[in-house]
Write a protein of this length. Structure first.
Length: 390
């Protein structure tokens, strides 16, 4: 049974939510509280799996920051009012729900978060991480941005100054922002303008995707693996995501996840080049996707390895799970067609577009697309993807 702490400062809203979740009492042990002091006491005296909290209350009282430091394994879900203006403290939560929200949306968020946690802590992952050895630390510029964004007075100019301190990253970032991925109506010539146009959070995540590929370029053992080919595929996947009918928030999450969805291949090419080469040769020999060979012969896929690394780096669950399940979205419950579904679709369309010899059309999960109500869109999406150039 999962143990949940639910903190809402409004007693009436708390009671309404408690009544709405009455059908979960056989699976969830829920503690409903209305003040940060009581919540902190309960966290210290009970074993909690998930904390769901009003963002304003948890952030203003530094509760969520204390939970992150003292109980890092607790999943932290913030409830954010649409009008909430503050940016500080965002990175202390794993994910957010915008209020008002459907109860089903909360249920899916909790179940998916816990399922991802269990996947990344599983025995197969433990063995793999042990064999890989030391994983890379989060890139330098990205960590500087994280540190700055946790301050209450962060501005666009502050973010631009940090990014522009690395000329190579700045140039690659602007190249990415001005690509077909974002369909900008005018040239974005400065990092500051890019941050104003896309938002600080998007810039932070794009910096990460840019730094990741630069980090692996000169690592030993990478000569037999085409980083350029993988980056081209990732950018094509992101371009296709940009063409799907998604909300602004979902599109931004899906674009970052698309750019990072195969980061696990980079880790394996660096740390386990011989094993990856054998698995790729087997996939080519059997004319099937790499992830299927990985599952059959290894019990874990590059997608899960990549998600594990992104989780270590503190990326939001919405991005991490889109990477973990981009080959198998049916493994987690869904409330709607979201970033995970978008990356799944865009990745397959990108492979079809690239003309890879593997029969990716045979891997489509049409039941999932029907369940999400988007199966009818596939011919249109395929036509759109065919018109995109890498």
């Amino acid at each position: 049974m999962l143990n949940l702490l639910i903190l809402q400062s409004d007693l009436q809203r708390s009671r309404i939510l408690e009544a709405s979740l009455a059908n979960k009492v056989d699976k969830w042990n829920m503690h409903f509280l209305v003040d940060a002091e009581s919540a902190w006491h309960r966290l210290q005296t009970s074993s909690i799996d998930v904390m769901i909290a009003d963002f304003a209350v948890a952030n203003e009282n530094t509760l969520v920051e204390k939970v992150r430091e003292s109980f890092p394994d607790i999943i932290r879900i913030g409830l954010v009012d649409q009008s909430w203006p503050a940016r500080s403290g965002l990175s202390n939560f794993h994910q957010f729900l915008i209020t008002p929200f459907a109860v089903k949306e909360l249920e899916v968020a909790v179940e998916r978060s816990c399922r991802l946690r269990d996947l990344l802590r599983g025995e197969a992952m433990s063995h793999t991480v042990g064999a890989i050895g030391q994983l890379p630390s989060a890139p330098t510029v990205y960590m500087k941005l994280i540190e700055r964004l946790n301050r209450p007075d962060t501005s666009v100019d502050d973010i631009a100054e940090i990014v522009e301190g690395d000329v190579a990253i700045s140039a690659k970032l602007l190249q990415l922002v001005n690509s077909a991925i974002f369909r900008t109506s005018r040239e974005i010539a400065t990092v500051g303008l890019a941050a104003s146009y896309l938002g600080i959070t998007s810039i932070k995540n794009l910096v990460l995707s840019t730094e990741v590929f630069s980090f692996f370029e000169n690592k030993p053992g990478m000569a037999r693996f085409s980083i350029n080919e993988l980056q081209t595929h990732s950018q094509l996947t992101a371009k296709i995501v940009g063409e799907l009918d998604l909300s602004k928030e979902t599109r931004e999450t899906a674009i970052v996840a698309a750019l990072l969805h195969d980061i696990g291949k980079l880790v394996l090419a660096w740390k386990m080049p011989e094993r990856l080469s054998r698995l790729m040769a087997k996939a080519n020999e059997q004319n099937c996707p790499l992830y299927q060979i990985e599952e059959d012969l290894w019990g874990i896929t590059h997608a899960e390895v990549g998600a594990y690394l992104l989780g270590l780096w503190g990326l939001p669950i919405s991005i991490t799970e889109a990477v973990a399940y981009h080959h198998s979205p049916e493994k987690v419950p869904h409330h709607r067609f979201d970033a995970l579904g978008a990356v799944y679709v865009a990745n397959l369309l990108a492979h079809e577009n690239e003309g890879t010899p593997t029969n990716f059309r045979a891997t489509w999960d049409h039941d999932f697309l029907e369940e999400m109500g988007v199966a009818k869109n596939l011919p249109i999406w395929r036509q759109c993807a065919n018109g995109i150039r890498t």
